[in-house]
Design a protein around this ligand. Structure first.
Ligand SMILES: Cc1ncc(C[n+]2csc(CCOP(=O)(O)OP(=O)(O)O)c2C)c(N)n1
Ligand SMILES: [Mg+2]
Length: 662
């Protein structure tokens, strides 16, 4: 049962999507055509949103995990009254448009909550948003004042359901009983290479979600708005579990020759087929980007949205009258402002004492935690190794989200995607830990955090062969280089406890992208001249020639190798060679300094030897020769490996002398 105006609006979404893909000569028309009734019903009857103010705090969140179907979202946003014009739609996939090929949260498209395209990630983000909502609800809601009271909706595709990250995140969502999370599964049985039977038979996807602890519902007729409406209403009624709604659809619905086939997935239908489809839909075959005014008026959600927002605003003002301090705190969090004194009174350390930087990191976390309540920690089952636990913070669990620690389980990839979702939701600042070797397991999410400019904090411990006996499967070699290669990631490898404080200060203070802390398992000495404040410069001098004397050689080291370089400088001094030691906790931050500063640290005419227990790949940018490890490690005590692979004062001094002879 679908009335005429609804159908007109739905067909407007379909035709706009076809037309934009046709105009761009690239894109994905089939899924928007199939899902138009679902998206239309969701946006006009269920989603709590206000097109005139897409960012109001208590709006429902919507994630199109199947990001390739971006025209579905753009068409619906246009039709329901967002500031996304027909001109924007005409510019689909063009340079600097607000309608890029896949939704990008950072290009200013109103109503786009996250960046999707890499399948599975959006679902992970949605789980993170749903967690953030519950965390804030537990923290702020009081005595019937439910100022945090919204849902997270997602549309996912067959491909999303095949990706591991979706399974990880969904399993955790079931465990946590995220009852305000509703995922609609577009089960069209088609992926790029053809029918899903090519690679998926016998898997009962909905049954899998039952097993994860989700409620499962189904929409039988994807074109029946009345049915969709009924099922979504049920889905929105909390029952202690997240909800999975399977929708069987026909990709490219309406297209006489391409419906139900992979041909409708990722290419323009072609002018003739567009015309034929429009005929089927009762549209003028040659009109492009036609939006019937009645459809626009009928679908306009600004009145409903304004009413919803007004009700919330009134409720919030009532809350403010009773709980003024909490209300101000809520606004601070949603604005992403740090409290004034957040980085005062961080721990200090005596020169000569020894501590693993992972341990210092744990101490800094616990010094920051009371002052920065938005920090929410967690680890992928390595909390006691990563030292990520906020003591006395409590764990979040099903039905009790007041805690500050998340047990992600052995689900690194989900942890990455979930942290992105939490940052996008706003109101929380997540950090998550695992062994640095397993950055490989969360890299796709980390990359999206970089692309989208999300200030996630990664606490990556066991950062080199120094971890020892666990051996080469656990010893990062190429990881520092691989991470430094990602634009907008700040990789910080502190030399000692003091630099670890500085690294955390940078990570928490950063607002425009993620920071990764590479921390040692093993003890490292607190050095003479390290300084938390200097970390922000990326690289600075920790040992130098006397007075104005120009050094003979510079040893540039990071992390646990800085102390090795300091000792090497002593050995060199005994041989009348003056060495400067530069601690270089972050290439990216050093790169941001002006040239004068860079030259003052690494003078152009002085040879530089890099010292880092990792691949030398990339170091030629800063250094003339390298002590590194361009092969896998081995299983043995860390000290033995440092000696065996050349990370000793003597070997470094020898290499420096050789460099001087060249
Ligand atoms: C992680 C990842 N791998 C591969 C792709 C390329 N890709 C885009 S859509 C798609 C599958 C399309 O099938 P489905 O997800 O069912 O979407 P539909 O065609 O039904 O809209 C693939 C493999 C991707 N976007 N992300
Ligand atoms: Mg599909």
């Amino acid at each position: 049962m679908t009335d005429d105006l609804d159908l007109l609006a739905v067909n407007t979404i379909r035709t706009l999507s076809m037309d934009a893909v046709q105009a761009a000569q690239s894109g994905h028309p089939g899924t928007p055509m199939a899902l138009a009734p679902l998206a239309y019903t969701l946006y006009t009857r269920h989603l709590a949103h206000n097109p005139a103010d897409p960012g109001w705090p208590d709006r429902d969140r919507f994630v199109l995990s199947a990001g390739h179907a971006s025209m579905l979202l753009y068409s619906v946003l246009h039709l329901t009254g967002y500031d996304l014009t027909l001109e924007d739609l005409r510019n689909f996939r063009q340079l600097h448009s607000r309608t890029p090929g896949h939704p990008e949260s950072f290009v200013g498209t109103p109503g786009v909550e996250t960046t999707t395209g890499p399948l599975g990630q959006g679902l992970g983000n949605a789980v993170g948003m749903a967690i953030a909502e519950r965390l804030l609800a537990d923290r702020f809601n009081r005595d019937g004042h439910n100022i945090v009271d919204h849902r997270t909706w997602a549309i996912v595709s067959d491909g999303d359901m095949m990706e591991g990250v979706a399974s990880e995140a969904s399993s955790l969502a079931g465990h946590l009983g995220l009852e305000r999370l509703i995922v609609c599964y577009d089960n069209n049985g088609i992926t790029i290479d053809g029918p899903t039977e090519l690679s998926l038979t016998g898997e009962d996807v909905a049954g899998r979600y039952e097993a994860y602890g989700w409620r499962t519902l189904a929409i039988e007729d994807p074109n029946d708005i009345a049915e969709i409406d009924t099922v979504l209403k049920e889905a929105a009624t909390p029952d202690g579990r997240p909800t999975f709604v399977r929708v069987r659809t026909v990709i490219g619905f309406g297209s006489p020759n391409k419906a139900g086939t992979a041909a409708a997935h990722g290419a323009p239908l072609g002018t003739d087929e567009v015309a034929a489809t429009k005929q089927v839909l009762g549209w003028e075959p040659t009109d492009a980007f036609a939006v019937p005014p009645q459809a626009l008026e009928h679908a306009d959600q600004r009145p409903r949205g304004a009413q919803l927002q007004l009700e919330w605003q009134r409720s919030f003002e009532g809350y403010r009258a009773e709980f003024g301090t909490l209300a101000a705190e809520f606004e601070r969090l949603m604005d992403g402002r740090l409290p004034g004194d957040w980085d005062r009174d961080l721990p200090t350390f005596e020169t000569g004492t020894k501590q693993a930087t992972r341990k210092t990191s744990g101490a800094v976390i616990n010094a920051l935690a009371p002052k920065v309540p938005e920090l929410v920690g967690g680890s992928a089952d390595l909390a006691s190794s990563n030292n990520t636990t906020i003591r006395d913070g409590g764990d979040i669990s099903r039905g009790d989200y007041a805690g500050r620690n998340i047990n992600y389980g052995v689900r690194e990839h989900a942890m990455g995607a979930i942290m992105n979702g939490m940052v996008l939701h706003r109101g929380v600042r997540p950090f998550g830990g695992t062994f640095m070797i397993f950055t490989d397991y969360l890299r796709p999410s980390l990359r999206l955090a970089c692309l989208s400019g999300l200030p996630v904090i990664y606490v990556m411990t066991h950062d080199s062969i120094g971890l020892g006996e666990d051996g080469p499967t656990h010893q990062p070699i190429e990881h520092l280089a691989a991470l430094r290669a990602i634009p907008n990631l700040h990789v910080l490898r502190p030399a000692d406890a003091r630099e670890t404080v500085g690294a955390w200060r940078h990570a928490v203070g950063r607002t425009d992208g993620p920071t990764l802390l590479a921390l040692t398992r093993q003890d490292v000495p607190v050095l003479d001249r390290t300084d938390a404040g200097e970390v922000a410069s990326g690289a600075y001098i920790v040992v130098d020639a006397d007075d104005d004397e120009v050094p003979d050689v510079v040893l540039a080291a990071t992390g646990s190798e800085v102390s090795v370089a300091v000792d090497a400088a002593t050995v060199l001094a005994e041989r009348d060679v003056t060495a400067r030691v530069v601690s270089m906790p972050s290439w990216e931050l050093f790169d941001q300094q002006d040239e004068d500063y860079q030259d003052s640290v690494l003078p152009a005419d002085v040879p530089v030897l890099s010292v880092e227990a990792a691949t030398t790949f990339g170091w030629s940018r800063w250094a003339d020769d390298h002590i590194g490890i361009d092969h896998f490690g081995a299983s043995a005590p860390g000290g033995v490996l440092f000696e065996t692979f050349g990370f000793t004062a003597e070997t470094v001094a020898e290499a420096a002398l050789e460099l001087l002879e060249d």
